[in-house]
Design a protein around this ligand. Sequence first.
Ligand SMILES: NC(=O)C1=CN([C@@H]2O[C@H](COP(=O)(O)OP(=O)(O)OC[C@H]3O[C@@H](n4cnc5c(N)ncnc54)[C@H](O)[C@@H]3O)[C@@H](O)[C@H]2O)C=CC1
Ligand SMILES: O=C(O)CCC(=O)C(=O)O
Length: 530
Amino acid sequence: MAPRVLVSDKLSKTAVQIFKDRGVEVDYLPDLGKDKEKLLEVIGQYDGLAIRSATKVTEKVIAAATNLKVVGRAGIGVDNVDIPAASRKGIIVMNTPFGNSITTAEHAIALMFAVARQLPAADVSTHAGKWEKNRFMGVEITGKTLGIIGCGNIGSIVATRGVGLKMKVVGFDPFLSPERAKELGIEKVELADLFKRADFITLHTPLTDKTRGIIDAAAIATMKDGVRIINCARGGLVVEKDLAEAIKAGKVAGAGIDVFEAEPATDSPLFGLENVVCTPHLGASTSEAQENVALQVAEQMSAYLIEGAVSNALNMPSISAEEAPILTPFVKLAEVLGAFAGQLTEDPITEVEILFDGQPAGMNTRALVAAALSGLLKPQMQSVNMVSAPLMAKERGIQVSEVRRDKSGVFDGYIRVTIKTAAMERSVAGTCFSDGKPRFIQIKGINMEADVGRYMLYTTNKDVPGVIGEIGMAFGKAGINIANFHLGRDEEGGNAIALLYLDEPLTPAFIKEVESLNAIGQAKLLEFDI
Ligand SMILES: NC(=O)C1=CN([C@@H]2O[C@H](COP(=O)(O)OP(=O)(O)OC[C@H]3O[C@@H](n4cnc5c(N)ncnc54)[C@H](O)[C@@H]3O)[C@@H](O)[C@H]2O)C=CC1
Ligand SMILES: O=C(O)CCC(=O)C(=O)O
């Protein structure tokens, strides 16, 4: 059945066409996102949800989304999506990180000019026939210092535009390297320095606990008199009340504000103030940007729903369409190894180490780690998947580490999953042959070569004569067919293990019976999603 996507915000119709062309069924209901009750009612029917900023994907929406696999944000900010709730439910959240960057950077520059020359007020006055030539004295941009807080995609574009306008550009961003700053032609500074030196300050960071209220009364007090402030990033970065007070006091000469603490903003302390230019979150609103983000989100969501390719996901490592077919068998292998280890352990797991030897070491190991964790946690959490597993492991205090190394044995490559609990350590290793099927190659340090079956009985026993016979007798007596049998041991007369392939699951009573056989230590039924 074709996957089904709901577009619940106003996206370019290009998205609809792309979904259809890729074989995805699509309902275009651009006002539905604003109707919370209706969204809750219908969301269960969809595999994908494509949004802009009006649809709020809350925990409640996620809970009602029984089939949802992917949320696609046609834009950058995903603060309208409860990502932890989506991750917990295994739903991928993706955005389109570059599609509207130029447009938003241009909006910041446009607001900077509008504030420098009081263009909106001058426009209103002129339309009213007032010709107030003396009222609107502006300032030049050339030679002024532009302070950019956040020099990522948009901040960097603003920087190059600022340099092009012959401004002196300084940037504060903890992740801005000196080399990148040099490349952009800007000076990397500390925040306090930026506040002291800038004539114009423009914000381009996400809203986080660190950036919330980054411009408040205390920050403004350290700024130059007559500073002008632009915010095209997120409401909440600037404390509106503090900015309004500073404008009224004449400390701040003007502000260009596209984003507000509460949106849609129907009221704000900034409204009605002289030389405050406001726009209703228009940063991304150009036809070019909206085409870009609609096309990109529809391509990305379709690629995920149809081929399993993941790009620009915020809660899952990327898997390209080219890499998906090569990676898929190893994803399955990692999941099977995790599932083996997870099913053998009843105690809380404290640590997991995933070793990639040879071929898989050169692959997208973040995806493989996620797959191994998903297999590992599945015995306890049926709904866990590659998206939710890393978060679930973290929430459960499981320490996860990965090791990559060059080919070290007879196989082109293999993966080994080692788990630790308070009482023990256990490892299982496997590889993929050219048929793409996973094989176990080592269990608890004992070499063996075994296919993976849907139902398998794992036993530990002493390497003594008669074990196979004893097990065979028990199965024969119970009328249960053994499809295949694999054995391994660490040394002659030492510890041995067996893997029995079954056509159907065993009853707990029969497993107990096997466990009570003389030479058998442990007997455990394992189930694999194969
Ligand atoms: N007004 C609008 O319509 C639009 C607004 N946006 C918003 O613009 C913002 C920036 O977007 P992008 O440049 O694409 O994001 P980005 O992720 O490329 O860049 C953000 C930068 O902020 C930096 N940063 C993080 N914490 C910081 C801190 N405490 N101090 C200083 N810098 C910090 C990061 O290191 C990063 O370089 C986002 O909040 C996004 O949602 C994006 C598009 C349209
Ligand atoms: O979709 C929009 O109009 C808003 C864009 C935006 O804020 C973003 O991409 O972060």
